[in-house]
Design a protein around this ligand. Structure first.
Ligand code: GLU
Length: 486
């Protein structure tokens, strides 16, 4: 029974980006640590040299930090149990694998790839349920081993799995899962390139880093018996295990790149808010036992528990993510949105002018309830940033009649007489012009909206006029009169 400060880790292999499934694992570890006043640690499992990707670690760290998942210990922040990159801990894996050899619990294996292949084929022919190493090298004499080692024959180190041992995992999420050691292969611990396999490095590090709870994806459940054997053979206390459910596409197939974005950076680039992504990912397999779906990070920390994580796969539903994005965006203050909008404007090639904070805050005030993404301030109301280049065809057909141009000219005259343009003044000028022309106000309002925005819908037309100002309004009406020919 572990009864100390919880220490959990996120232990990704750097593949080049942070997968949303990885984000979910990292987040649950983080929430668990924060909820229980424990420590959240980042460890990079980079022992597969064939899969080395330049810049992958930096990328991963940037994505974690963007999401607000700060860790107390990790490769860039240090800590008492470092280094936190497995490639910098090779001597430790060597030392511990040799300790197992000394105790008869591991052995050198010099078998050639050809022999292993032949063995596999033979076992397949015999229809054995699973290919297993036949312990050939366990029976080499001391002299043969010494001789091979001194000659530098290519070798690996294998675990000497004892047969017919019951292996029990009391998983926090899945309950009791039982395996038999007779089904566990004499797995390789140290590869021929001297690097450890995932299993050895993972167990050695979880032990040395004093990890109390291993929280990871379900795909690692089948590795856990091997890990449990390693803990037993080393004589180490086991951590608790919690295996998180798979992430599924809406058709319940395993979430994959083919069906959409899987990298956190893709969602970031598409304009999703980190608050929304974190909230969304938190709900992939967890709920607090009620219907609540909108959470900020502090609420998640307060409510999260591993016991409330489901066993069954969690469906990745992008509609919910969009909904959460809109909700989180609306909960932000206008000042917060202003900062995000300025970043968006800086990245946008379509907005070429400079706009004051005051101006942008006015746009935010009228558009806030109409947008789900920050970038929609630009795509849904481009007319706040640039005069319309074209006019909505359907609305033109419906609202722009032969009598419209002289009526708009009259309206423009009335607008030019306004001394201090306010919503009320614009509206008064329009009402009076309509009365003078003896027409309904709609006959002016719809063409006016088209002239100033190019669009058929949006916030109140007088709100638009006040924001773009009197001169710009008059200019846009004139442009529409010269551009729109029926
Ligand atoms: N390196 C493994 C991964 O890439 C870690 C699995 C674990 O947490 O044990 O996900």
């Amino acid at each position: 029974m572990i009864n100390k400060e919880p220490r959990v880790r996120f232990a990704p292999s750097p593949t080049g980006y942070l997968h949303v499934g990885g984000l979910r694992t990292a987040l649950y570890n983080y929430l668990f640590a924060k909820h229980n006043n424990g420590k959240f640690i980042l460890r990079i499992e980079d022992t597969d040299r064939n899969r080395y990707v330049e810049g992958a670690v930096e990328n991963l760290i940037a994505s974690l930090k963007w999401c607000g998942l700060e860790y107390e210990e990790g490769p860039d922040v240090g800590g008492a149990f470092g280094p936190y990159m497995q490639s910098q801990r090779l001597d430790l894996y060597k030392k511990y694998s040799e300790e197992l050899i000394k105790n008869g619990l591991a052995y050198y294996c010099f078998c050639t790839p050809e022999r292993l292949e032949a063995l596999r084929e033979e076992q397949q022919k015999q229809k054995l349920p699973q290919a297993k190493y036949d312990k050939h090298c366990l029976h080499l004499s001391k002299e043969e081993i010494e001789n091979n080692l001194s000659k530098g024959v290519s070798k690996v180190i294998r675990l000497n799995v004892q047969s017919d041992q019951k292996i029990i995992i009391d998983d926090i999420i899945r309950g009791r899962v039982e395996f038999n050691s007779s089904n566990v292969d004499d797995q390789v611990l140290i590869k021929s390139d001297g690097y450890p396999t995932y299993h050895l490095a993972n167990v050695v590090d979880d032990h040395l880093m004093q990890i109390t709870h291993v929280v990871r994806g379900e795909e690692w459940l089948s590795s856990t018996p091997k890990h449990i054997l390693l803990y037993e053979y080393f004589g180490w206390e086991k951590p608790y295990f919690a295996h998180l459910p798979l992430l599924l596409n809406p058709d319940r197939s395993k979430l994959s790149k083919r069906q959409g974005d899987v990298a956190v950076e893709d969602y970031r680039a598409k304009g999703y808010l980190k608050e929304a992504l974190v909230n969304f990912v938190a709900l992939l397999g967890w709920n607090a036992g009620d219907d609540k779906e909108f959470y900020n990070m502090n609420e998640l920390i307060e409510r999260f528990s591993l016991e409330r994580v489901n066993k069954s796969g969690a469906v990745f539903d992008l509609e919910k993510l969009s909904w959460l994005n809109a909700e989180h965006l609306r909960k932000k203050t206008d000042e917060e949105i202003l900062n995000l909008l300025k970043v968006e404007i800086n990245h946008s090639s379509s907005v070429i002018h400079q706009y004051s904070d005051d101006y942008l805050l006015k746009v935010i005030a009228v558009m806030k309830e109409r947008v789900s993404f920050v970038k929609e301030y630009l795509t849904k109301s481009p007319y706040f940033f640039e005069a319309p280049q074209e006019y909505d065809k359907a609305s033109l057909e419906k609202n722009w009649k032969t009598e419209t141009p002289p009526q708009l000219e009259k309206l423009n005259e009335a607008f030019s007489r306004i001394a201090s343009p306010s919503k009320e003044e614009f509206e008064k000028a329009l009402t009076e012009t309509a009365e003078e022309l003896n027409i309904g106000k709609g006959k002016l309002i719809h063409p006016l909206r088209l002239a100033v925005s190019g669009m058929s819908a949006g916030p109140g037309v007088f709100d638009i006029l006040v924001i773009i100002g009197k001169d710009e309004t008059i200019k846009r009406i004139n442009t529409s009169l010269s551009k729109i020919k029926l």
